[in-house]
Design a protein around this ligand. Sequence first.
Ligand code: ASP
Length: 583
Amino acid sequence: MLRTHTCGELRLSDVNKEITLSGWVQRIRDKGGMIWIDLRDRYGITQLMLEEGKTTPEIIAKVRQLGREFVVQATGIVAERVAKNDKIPTGEIEIKLSSLDVLNPAKLPPFLIEDETDGGDELRMKYRYLELRRNVVRKNLELRHKGAQQTRQYMDGQNFIEVETPVLIKSTPEGARDFVVPSRMNPGEFYALPQSPQTFKQLLMVSGFDRYFQIVKCFRDEDLRADRQPEFTQIDCEMSFVTQEDVLQMFEGLIRHLFKTVKNIDLPEVPRMTYADAMVRYGSDKPDIRFGMEFCELGKDLTEGKGFQLFDSAELVVGICAKGCAEYTRKQIDELTEWVKRPQIGAKGLIYARYNADGTIKSSVDKFYGEEDLKKWVEAFGAAPGDLMLILVGETTKARKQLNELRLEMGSRLGLRNPADYKVLWVVDFPLLEHGEEDQRWFAMHHPFTSPKPEDIPLLTTDLGAVRANAYDMVINGTEVGGGSVRIFQRPLQMQMFEILGFTPEEAKAQFGFLMDAFEFGAPPHAGIAFGFDRLCSLFGGVDSIRDFIAFPKNNSGRDVMIDSPSQIDQKQLDELKIATKA
Ligand code: ASP
């Protein structure tokens, strides 16, 4: 081996040992007579030192030629440091150098490879392998590794077996666009990359595997955001002969295990909320329950008939109570009003009522509502003196959506969304279908294989919007980290579902005939879930972006700027694939 120890290993108890380390030169400090070098590897940093007069001129000369990120092998004696550094575990010792070999010189790196770096985003993406040398990024991948190992341990302990499913497949309907791969051997035909292994895991249940899981890459060609990547990883799971309750219990167990082993946090029992409740109380199917500020709907009795046209004609008048914000200045409120009026939020305006500390109430609609009226609002909001009530009006779905944004913004402004405070939630009883306004047709809210609640099956012929599904999401701090459902496992119901979704029987057969055929060969009742593994890791790391937890991520335009992909392919390849190019 080119070393006796790693750069994170040596302590006072090693003093006087002769050792050899190998690693990268992070920093060199040359103070005339004394030279110090910080040597880094995956495990840490160890200080090397040499003193003019006490070592040979050759080694001094060699050291003076070193540059940042040179790869060196250094031998010397462990000594106690005079000036100790309590910030690093090796800070009590240093190595008095006796010999040094340059294993490979390095060009000056384009940015500082230290905890605080000077490199911009794009540059660090281009030199991702250098970025990965930085502690912060490496630690993220170590956390990810731990998460994956612990997932396997839990799942194995529960009798799940890990099965790999194919990557070159046919479209799986998770609601995104497919990435496609042309088939050379079948000119004009394409594979699709899996948006998830959904159909395969269901087939594995038909095969009797009973409990399946896989830590698996999925591909979705969607517009990208900070928390999305075109390829991402799921912890994908499926079980047979279970109810929704069994699935919730099993995977609450997984999450509890991960919190304990990765974060050393004992997670309390995960509360549950129905989708309908979540929409009314938070205007979102993934509420952040780290803080209250629940919605308060002002009923017609509190708003109507006072001559305020906006309220009279509104479908919904709904607000939140911001604790202790009554002292917001006019300027602050104007700024909030502008904030909700931005196109991303789209509210027409913001109505407020201050419940002042002295007990008086002052609102932006004083012209219409007197003290007595406003007192009733205070009661409805459960406001205390010093609170500020912020109110939006409009069409129910829109007003809720807008108020959800405002609530989250106020939560952030008031410091109520600490990333180290974890609040986990199950959202259950999702609607089976949602109506697409643009296409004027029904879409599966989760995916087409999701089972309606048995008691709601009769509604399939009368009131599609009211059918609830046995579908569930796990939400952590306002982020959806997992979702799944109890599946349809009988051909007729699956056919009916495809019909509702606008498939002709021929289309359904062409796309999913294999699954419906399988349902006729003894498919067991089954259910499952998938967790976004990158997202889970970023939550554990207390960071918004999942990119930081992926070794080689793509940028916001879906490019890998390091390997420069996607890229054109040459004519010969195109010819082989029988893909015509534009003239
Ligand atoms: N395949 C689903 C998804 O990717 C998860 C599931 O239903 O198990 O969201």
